[in-house]
Design a protein around this ligand. Structure first.
Ligand SMILES: CC(C)(COP(=O)(O)OP(=O)(O)OC[C@H]1O[C@@H](n2cnc3c(N)ncnc32)[C@H](O)[C@@H]1OP(=O)(O)O)[C@@H](O)C(=O)NCCC(=O)NCCS
Length: 223
């Protein structure tokens, strides 16, 4: 950690936090797109579109053009989905971080700084799933700016959330992350989180085989 310092969020951190969060989410658009392209559903769709275009036009060039256009539309759509997620978060919990995380019971928001510059963040909050409330806290909004990755910052931030939950008598820390956020999955697994569920966030996501992985960390010695 050396030059790094974890502290509570302050209002002047807002812009940096929103930028790091936004970049950290939107960087997954290419991985999300490749994930879709690798699936049999995408292969079938592209083949069907190619065959229909070729049947209508009898032109290889035209048919390849239609497939290329579909790929462009798919890419724009995929980018839009990740951007939409960011927009929703910025308009909801990240709009007033003090109110959402610092003034609410058993919630918190930390940043990690390097020479006064905010380079990472994480939050603890009551879980979205009502059945987990009272026993678990949810880890959210984990993100580390690219130039500061691979230095153990997310491990330190995760430990901060676990300690916070433990001090308040919670038994578990839970979280959700998408299947293409591979670095995050490695971090949580190395920290002792267990994958307990995988759910598609929508019917379209299910059709496209896109799942959110849910993880749970059991706090040692919890009541
Ligand atoms: C996921 C993320 C927070 C990791 O941050 P980080 O500070 O680089 O992670 P750390 O340096 O603490 O690494 C922790 C462990 O995970 C491993 N790890 C981190 N990134 C990895 C990667 N891309 N591939 C494989 N392992 C990885 C590290 O090797 C390390 O293991 P070690 O203890 O054996 O050395 C960062 O990549 C990020 O901000 N991503 C974009 C936002 C995001 O996806 N957030 C998660 C939301 S749920």
């Amino acid at each position: 950690m050396g030059e790094y310092h974890i502290r509570l969020y302050e209002d002047q951190d807002h812009e940096a936090v929103c930028t790091i969060f936004s970049n950290g989410i939107q960087e997954h658009a290419p991985a999300g797109f490749w994930h879709l392209l690798r699936g049999p559903q995408a292969h079938l769709l592209l083949l069907a579109v190619f065959l229909v275009a070729y049947t209508i036009s009898a032109s290889l060039l035209f048919s390849c053009g239609v497939v290329a256009a579909l790929l462009v539309v798919g890419w724009v759509y995929m980018k839009g989905l990740w951007a939409e997620y960011v927009t929703a978060a910025l308009a909801n919990d990240l709009r007033d971080i003090r109110k959402t995380y610092l003034e609410a019971k058993d919630s918190c928001f930390w940043v990690v700084t390097s020479q006064e510059e905010v380079v990472g963040m994480v939050a603890a909050v009551q879980p979205e799933d009502p059945s987990q409330r009272g026993t678990a806290l949810e880890l959210k909004r984990m993100s580390v700016a690219k130039p500061h990755r691979g230095r153990g910052l997310s491990k330190a931030l995760t430990r901060t959330v676990i300690r916070f939950a433990q001090e308040r008598g919670y038994k578990e820390v839970v979280l959700g992350t998408s299947m293409v956020q591979v670095a995050a999955q490695r971090v949580y697994e190395k920290m002792g989180f267990r994958k307990v569920n995988a759910l598609a966030p929508s019917l379209l996501a299910k059709l496209l085989n896109f799942y959110i992985f849910f993880y749970r960390y059991e706090i040692a010695g919890s009541r």
